[in-house]
Design a protein around this ligand. Structure first.
Ligand code: ACM
Length: 538
């Protein structure tokens, strides 16, 4: 009898403990909603609550760390009204940001340790501290994303997070040529990229339909070539001052801008501005904006502006010295506005440039980029040319081109159109986008491995992963949001998180938590049926 009572008591205790731990599951650090998924997370007992008395403590050069502290303060301010103060010493309610020594390959790495009496954040780079702030943000309730002061309990479960990016280059491309997007819209995109630890923004600045960056030595590029866009709208361009503002805005969020001038194809806007660049290849009339006195396809004569969505019909005159003066001037001015290492020279779909003309053109364009102290990135077709050391081939269409680049000793940036092209429709009912490469649902965007695309493309050959948004059908910020979210969160995780740590089931849970955030942020995201509960049953 006595024995039975003891057993019952033990069972009751076990039951009570298990109930308590069930009730506690929502407050475990390991059950976080962080995207991209961190390298390692552990749980500890208790929670830390940020309140208006929480102090920030800095260890390291304050001039370096302060901008990141400002980012953290600004993230908390709108929804809480808190103005967290910086204090000299740790207390029972503080958050420490510490810059520690690290190796060159620790860029972006950070550690977070949450205890009941405070949080410690350590990184060997400012970039790492910035990523830690983005992670802390995602540990806070979705309501933190609101723009009005509300009652928000800022509890974070205790434990540790160790994190480090898998790929050095985690990119997003915005096509501002097919449709032009304002400086404000691009800043909005940059804010969203920063949340997902993206570190490169590739701007596709020129194409057949528009030239979008002021080049002072060739003013008609924007005065004429910037005047329209797909559908015949008014187009636009960035002045150098506006462009510099964008580069600085991105830099403050640890994002490097990669400017692209697409050459020698995709150049009708330049040919419309300067007839000297035109070798006299016929351009399609469908979509051509007829202008009086302008003839089609006459060497040395400006082409009509173009507002259709055909590709592959234009080329620079590769056999004319003026063309190389043009390329030199454009790259020189662009390099002067580019603090980052890369200039993108395009090189895709030059269907009307003979290969014997294309190859020397790409080699000369690369040499000009090198002369101005930058490295070239080009779409995978550039692998037909001799690539300079450090040139990167962006694999979008053909694995054989990517492999050719690797065989030259160059790295590839992975953007397979069938997985990463965010202008592809989700399915046949999507009212925006195209589907020439594929329909790409959320699970298609998530369930692939950059190192499994081709047996000859190994981990060490891959510089990183980039998701492009082409804008033939995308005309405004809401449409950008719709095509980008939620797929972009999937690709951000492909780029940041080691393959063996990723799983669709885990991503589904976390992306649902992000949908709550996107609601609060007012984002026009796509409701993917792959996240509906019934489709998640085994
Ligand atoms: C491309 O999609 N033409 C690079």
């Amino acid at each position: 009898m006595h024995k039975i009572n003891v057993i019952s008591l033990v069972l009751i205790v076990v039951f009570a403990v298990s109930m308590w731990s069930c009730a506690d599951t929502s407050s475990k650090l390991t059950e976080n909603g962080i995207i991209p998924k961190p390298l390692a997370v552990t749980d500890a007992k208790g929670t830390f609550t940020i309140d208006k008395e929480t102090k920030i403590v800095i260890s390291g050069n304050p001039a370096e760390i302060s901008p990141i502290i400002s980012v953290f303060q600004a993230l908390l301010r709108p929804a809480t009204g808190y103005e967290l103060q910086v204090a000299a010493d740790m207390s029972a309610n503080s958050i420490l940001f510490e810059l520690v020594d690290g190796s060159a390959d620790s860029a972006g790495e950070y550690d977070i340790s949450v205890a009941e009496n405070g949080i410690k954040v350590a990184a060997s780079s400012n970039e790492g501290l910035f990523y830690a702030v983005q992670t802390l943000r995602q540990l806070l309730p979705a309501s933190i994303e609101g723009s009005q002061v509300a009652t928000v309990a800022l509890e974070i479960p205790a434990g540790t997070i160790k994190d480090k990016p898998e790929y050095a280059y985690r990119g997003f491309m915005l096509d501002v040529a097919r449709h032009f997007f304002s400086v404000e819209d691009v800043k909005h995109v940059i804010d969203l990229l920063a949340m997902y630890k993206i570190n490169f923004l590739h701007l596709h600045l020129s194409d057949d339909q528009g030239w979008r960056i002021e080049i002072k030595s060739w003013p008609l590029l924007t005065a004429v070539g910037g005047k329209t866009e797909v559908g015949g709208g008014e187009g636009g361009f960035y002045t150098q001052e506006q462009y510099n503002e964008l580069v600085a805005y991105a830099r403050d969020r640890y994002i490097t801008v990669v400017p692209e001038i697409d050459m020698p194809g995709h150049t009708n806007a330049a040919l419309a501005a300067y007839g000297d660049l035109n070798p006299g290849i016929i351009v399609p009339t469908e979509g051509a904006i007829a202008s009086e006195g302008i003839e089609l396809g006459v060497k040395g004569v400006p082409t009509p502006l173009y507002s259709g969505i055909e590709v592959g019909f234009s080329t620079l005159d590769t056999d004319n010295d003026v063309t190389y003066q043009f390329v030199d001037d454009v790259i020189r001015e662009l390099a002067a506005m580019t603090p980052g290492p890369y200039i993108h020279i395009g090189g895709d779909e030059s269907h009307v440039t003979e290969l014997e003309d294309y190859v020397p053109f790409v080699e000369k364009a690369q040499a000009i980029v090198t002369k101005y102290g930058k490295k070239s990135i080009g779409w995978d077709e550039i692998a037909h040319a001799k690539l300079e050391p450090g040139t990167v081939a962006q694999y979008w269409a053909k694995a054989e081109n990517a492999v050719m680049a690797i065989n030259h000793g160059n790295q590839v940036l992975v953007s397979p159109a069938t997985k990463t092209y965010l202008d592809m429709q989700y399915d046949s009912t999507t009212h925006l986008g195209l589907h020439w490469a594929a329909y790409i649902e959320l699970d298609d965007a998530y369930n692939w491995d950059p190192t499994a695309l081709d047996p000859s493309i190994k981990r060490e050959d891959i510089l990183g992963v980039e998701s492009p948004l082409w804008s033939e059908t995308i005309t405004n910020k809401e449409e950008i949001e719709y095509m980008v979210f939620p797929r972009f969160a999937a690709i951000a995780e492909v780029a940041w998180t080691r393959q063996e740590l990723r799983s669709w089931e885990s991503f589904v849970t976390r992306v649902k938590a992000h949908m709550e955030r996107w609601e609060v942020m007012g984002l026009n995201y796509y409701q993917s049926p792959t996240l509906a509960d019934e489709t998640l049953q085994p």
